[in-house]
Design a protein around this ligand. Structure first.
Ligand SMILES: C[S@@+](CC[C@H](N)C(=O)[O-])C[C@H]1O[C@@H](n2cnc3c(N)ncnc32)[C@H](O)[C@@H]1O
Length: 384
């Protein structure tokens, strides 16, 4: 639940018909994963998931109404127990935020749009956003582009290594591709997994406990710099390397690490490496030119910049043609599903609400499907 929901509640309450002592409408409280029936009266905001007549959550009205419009917190509903209570107390809102003892910083979920409640959240670590968002790119679109940059995913046994799990958007989206049979994902910080557990869009990471047969994601913990050394030679068809900024994890930008990427990649394999906007011409260790140079130095024969995906793509083989991550899926995916058009990013007049001007981040990244790409779509990548 976010400031966007609070704003809708206040607006609906203010605009309710005179004399009426309650108002009802539909809204998502889980970033578009489901729709809930919302009912507000003079004391409570009641939330009941569409179709679930048995369970409703009643929050104190002021707890919701008091969320400020510029509050970037994502809230979840908890029912705390007190020492002498026999039952949990009334539901309250708690920020989806945790202090990580591993990195000694605060990690938090953060909405990626203040007007469209359907868009997936990103995460902030020490104030840095984990995904790109704004100007037509939301966290899942960001992820789609990264994955599309490594097309084609051929054969029945395509293995993917995902370095830096984060909110697991990359790992989950890759695991949903038709030809991918395994995804190995590495994360330094177990706190991130706890943040994932609070995020409806990271649910696919936890499929293992309920649906072991269909779960193809293996999670490894530790510094990717060390963990990769334990992985076998030529084990992966595709590697998606999505590190934090150079300032936070410089070791994941060095020649030694790139040599390991080269070693664990199959001869026909490809790597995507997030760099930030290549046109920003960043210099130093995290700069795209230096990354290209070091990747060539460790043996990658074809290295190219993918502007759409904000990254570098590389192959062991020479003269590899990469695919355009900028092209949209040709299949019309059921992006919205059977939902009520009156909710979401539409105003009460039914018109689309404004843009996301205030909410932009270079890091910023939906359904996870790049299968509709045409295998002959060559990119306009810049080759080296
Ligand atoms: C940009 S985010 C990755 C986003 C991810 N691809 C997704 O789909 O949400 C970077 C992640 O790398 C983790 N990380 C930072 N340093 C690391 C390291 N040395 N080894 C492995 N993971 C690291 C951070 O905790 C953070 O969760």
């Amino acid at each position: 639940m976010t400031a966007c929901f609070a704003k809708r509640c206040r607006t609906e309450w203010q605009e309710k018909k005179d004399g009426s002592d309650e108002v009802a409408f539909e809204h998502t409280v889980d970033f578009g994963v489901s729709i809930s029936d919302i009912r507000i009266d003079s004391t409570h905001v009641e939330i009941r998931r569409n179709g679930d007549d048995d369970n409703a959550i009643a929050l104190r009205r002021e707890d919701v109404f008091d969320i400020e419009p510029d509050d970037l917190t994502v809230y979840r509903v908890v029912r705390p127990w007190t020492i002498d209570s026999e039952k949990p107390t009334e539901p309250v809102l708690e920020p989806c935020r945790m202090y990580s003892n591993t990195i000694e910083r605060v990690c938090a979920l953060c909405p990626s749009d203040d007007t469209n409640p359907d868009l997936p959240p990103t995460a902030l670590i020490a104030g840095f956003s984990m995904h790109r968002f704004g100007l037509g790119v939301d966290p899942k679109e960001d992820t789609r582009r990264k994955i599309a940059s490594l097309k084609p995913y051929r054969g029945n046994e395509c293995s993917v290594l995902d370095i830096c799990t984060g909110l697991a958007y990359t790992a989950i989206m890759a695991s949903e591709l038709e030809n991918v049979s395994s995804v190995t994902t590495i994360e330094l910080d177990p706190t991130m997994t706890q943040i994932c557990a609070m995020n409806p869009h990271s649910k696919g990471l936890f499929r293992s406990s309920s649906d072991a047969e269909n779960n193809i994601i293996t999670q490894l913990y530790g510094n990717a710099f060390d963990v990769i050394q334990t992985l076998p030679d030529c084990a992966f068809d595709r590697i998606i390397h999505d590190p934090p900024t150079f300032a936070l994890a410089g070791e994941l930008y060095g020649e030694n690490f790139y040599s390991e990427l080269f070693r664990v990649l199959k001869p026909s394999g490809r790597v995507y490496h997030y760099t930030g906007d290549p046109s920003a011409n960043v210099t130093g260790g995290g700069g795209v030119r230096g990354i290209v140079k070091r990747m060539k130095m460790v043996g990658f024969e074809t290295v190219a910049i993918d502007q759409h995906a904000h990254g570098v793509v590389a192959a062991k083989q020479a003269n590899v043609k990469f695919f355009s991550s900028g092209k949209k899926d040709k299949k019309t995916k059921n992006a919205r599903g059977p939902r009520d058009k009156t909710r979401g990013n539409r105003g009460k007049d039914g018109r689309k609400r404004g843009s996301t001007k205030r909410w932009e981040g270079d890091r910023g990244r939906n359904t996870f499907d790049v299968r509709g790409y045409d295998d002959d779509d060559e990119s306009e990548s810049e080759y080296y």
